[in-house]
Each structure stands twice: as C-alpha cells, then as structure tokens.
Design a protein around this ligand. Structure first.
Ligand code: SF4
Length: 203
C-alpha cells in the first residue's frame, strides 16, 4: 500500500455515538475506510473488505464534512484503517481542532497521531507490537471461551494504564455471556464492552 494516499476510499461516514468500549456513549463522527485483508469469519461489515468501488475523498474534504456536522470527535475505522498511512488524514483533522480516535486490529504498520487508540486484535492477523504498546484501550471480541485466554496474552505488550475490555461477538452474545461474566469476576481489571448501538438500532 502506498504511503501517500491523497484520497481515501470512504465506505460510509456518519454522526452517531461511540457504541462500545471506553468511549461508549460519547458523540462521534465515524469515517469507515474501505479495505480489509484481515478476514474475520464473524465480520459484520464484509462489504468493507474491497477498497475499490467507493467514493474517494481527500483529507480536507472529509475534514470539512466532519466540521459541518458539529462533531468534536472523529473515529477512523474500517475495514482495516491501518492498511493505509494515516498521517495526512490525522494531521488535517487535528489541525482543525478535532479529537481523532482509531479502531484498528493493529495488523499493519503504525501511522497517524491519535487522541485515542483502540486496538481490537484479531486471531486472523496478529496485531503489531507498535500498536499494542501505544494502545489506550484493548478490546477483545470473544467468540469462543478460549478467546478469553487469548485476550490475556496481549497484556505484556500493553501500556500499564491501558483499558481492558472483553466484548461478546454479537451473534454469540447469549451463548458466550456466562463465560465472559465468570472471567470478569475472576479478572476485575477487565471490563465488559457491549455494542450498545446495535441494541439501540443505530449505526
Ligand atoms: S478487521 Fe474488522 S473489517 Fe476486517 S474482517 Fe475483521 S471485523 Fe471485519
């Protein structure tokens, strides 16, 4: 992937709330970049996997649209946004006074300058230590009980003050929830993350 991407493939963009994790409930403007090579079997945005066929927008075009919405926080998500070098997008948004957050699997080289980094590691393509070492939040999606052990395997690579979340995979939430509850009781440094936007039926 080129390190200079003057125009971004934008699958969707919208003002909503952050529905999950540490910033849950806070208003945010989501920019979903198209393109993902991670291939999670349970992915709920498989239409974001190809990077072609979407509008291509410059950083300043996107920034103007965020400012027009009145949002103060921007979430860069995907797809897998770390596939791209995000320096230009971050610096444009930040120089307009916006707070810039990312949701990433951390599977491609680190780039950008972030006010909040949420690493959501995926079993299908491991996160890089560069992302883990800068993470403000680790959010592990739990599909199978063994994923709880896997989530703990990242602890040595995380900053000490990193917020730790386990989140049931949406389609397995009823089945996996008792395991997650037992885990949180035994490991209270971990917290539960729920996809509140899905319960509310908002994007
Ligand atoms: S990293 Fe995200 S977009 Fe890519 S396959 Fe996994 S859940 Fe889907």
């Amino acid at each position: 992937m080129s390190s200079i991407l003057p125009r971004w493939p934008v699958m969707e963009q919208y003002l909503t709330i952050q529905g999950e994790g540490a910033n849950s409930g806070r208003p945010a403007y989501f920019i979903r970049l198209a393109g993902c090579d991670v291939g999670c079997v349970w992915c709920d945005v498989k239409e974001s996997w190809p990077s072609s066929g979407f509008p291509q927008k410059s950083s300043s075009e996107l920034c103007a649209e965020v400012l027009q919405s009145g949002a103060k926080n921007v979430v860069i998500t995907g797809g897998e946004p770390s596939m791209y070098n995000l320096d230009d997008l971050c610096s444009t948004l930040k120089s307009a006074g916006l707070l810039v957050w990312i949701e990433t699997s951390g599977s491609h080289p680190f780039s950008g300058s972030w006010d909040w980094i949420c690493v959501s590691p995926k079993k299908f393509k491991a996160p890089l230590k560069d992302w883990l070492s800068k993470a403000n939040e680790l959010k592990a999606v739990i599909y199978h009980p063994s994923d709880l052990l896997w989530a703990q395997s990242f602890l040595p690579d995380l900053p000490q003050n990193c917020s730790l979340y386990v989140q049931p995979e949406w389609d397995r939430r009823q089945k996996i929830f008792p395991d997650i509850l037992r885990f949180i009781h035994a490991n209270p440094q971990w917290r539960l993350s729920l996809q509140t936007h899905k319960y509310l039926g908002i994007p």
